[in-house]
Design a protein around this ligand. Structure first.
Ligand SMILES: NC(=O)c1ccc[n+]([C@@H]2O[C@H](COP(=O)([O-])OP(=O)(O)OC[C@H]3O[C@@H](n4cnc5c(N)ncnc54)[C@H](OP(=O)(O)O)[C@@H]3O)[C@@H](O)[C@H]2O)c1
Length: 269
């Protein structure tokens, strides 16, 4: 469906998406461009892709992934507007910029081009991510072809655009919140005498195992917590300490703070 794919911005997310697309279609034509060219060159070497420019990608690619920071989007797209305008063939824009709607991307690109908006998270690099997506003007066939290219990412989930900012606050930002929790779990274990490497391993495996149990059984996490908390046991004492520290409220506030920032980004603040 897409004879060539271009990725503009090969930072953390752009390179992760480029890798997934390369894995899904190793013989496909993949063009990479980045402000600091060496970064695109390094990635191109590992993927046998072509180093390119924003302009060449805008002129030639059927699928154009915009992986620059939201604050850079206007600068990048305004420079490409005449090139998009001059095209006579169909092309699809993909955005992952926090807070920018499909409508805003169309406006910045200068035309009603088809746009797929995705909200990925960093665990896509290990095939365990979440990618919510919505679209404006893209056909079902284009969406299907696009999701096939990202099939190695983890969970791909279509979502109304009105919910993307909320999804981003939990799935996009969430890995950082979980990493804080992991570090704190390990610190606690180190304080109790466990070596750091073992503490980190046990913390990561415990978080992964608890998450997998919740996902695969469909049980409510509160119920799963109850199963671990035996009467007068140690776990309920730990739960008491977490509640005293305002753990659940702090986590909720973190998600809401990230959501509010997404809304502010949308207003250009
Ligand atoms: N990181 C996440 O967890 C996450 C999650 C969901 C969505 N996102 C979204 O993903 C997008 C990329 O974020 P990121 O974390 O990957 O940022 P990043 O690592 O800073 O990557 C951004 C890349 O864009 C490049 N760039 C900047 N201006 C450019 C230009 N004019 N032309 C070409 N390339 C240019 C930068 O090049 P230099 O090397 O010169 O700096 C950099 O490599 C953002 O819109 C963000 O909202 C990120």
């Amino acid at each position: 469906m897409f004879d060539s794919v271009g990725v503009i911005g090969t930072g953390a997310m752009g390179s992760a998406v480029a890798r997934l697309m390369h894995d899904a279609q190793p013989d496909g034509k993949l063009l990479l461009s980045n402000r600091t060219r060496e970064k695109a060159e390094r990635l191109a070497d590992t993927l046998c892709a072509c180093v390119s420019t924003n302009e060449e990608i805008a002129k030639t690619c059927g699928l154009i992934v915009l992986a620059v920071k939201p604050q850079m989007m206007q600068t990048v797209l305004s420079a490409l507007q005449p090139l998009f305008f001059a095209r006579r063939d169909r092309f699809v824009l993909v955005t992952m910029a926090a807070g920018l709607t499909c409508g805003t991307i169309r406006q910045l690109a200068g035309g009603s081009y088809p746009v797929i908006r995705i909200m990925p998270n960093t665990p896509i690099t290990v095939g365990a991510g979440v990618v919510s997506y919505c679209a404006e003007g893209a056909t079902d066939a284009e969406l299907e072809a696009f999701t096939k290219l990202l099939k190695g990412a983890g969970t791909l989930d279509p979502l109304p655009e009105s919910m993307i900012d909320a999804a981003s606050a939990i799935a996009g930002c969430g890995p950082a919140f979980v990493d804080l929790f992991l570090e704190a779990l390990a610190d606690g274990a180190v304080a109790c005498g466990l070596p750091r490497d073992k503490a980190l391993l046990y913390a990561a495996q415990t978080v992964e195992g608890a998450a997998k149990t919740a996902r695969l059984t469909g049980e409510h996490p509160g119920r799963l917590k109850d199963v671990v908390c035996s009467p007068a046991g140690s776990t309920i004492q730990g739960v008491r300490a977490l509640e005293r520290g305002g753990f659940r409220s702090a986590v909720m506030e973190a998600v809401i703070a990230a959501y509010e920032k997404n809304l502010a980004l949308k207003k250009g603040e």
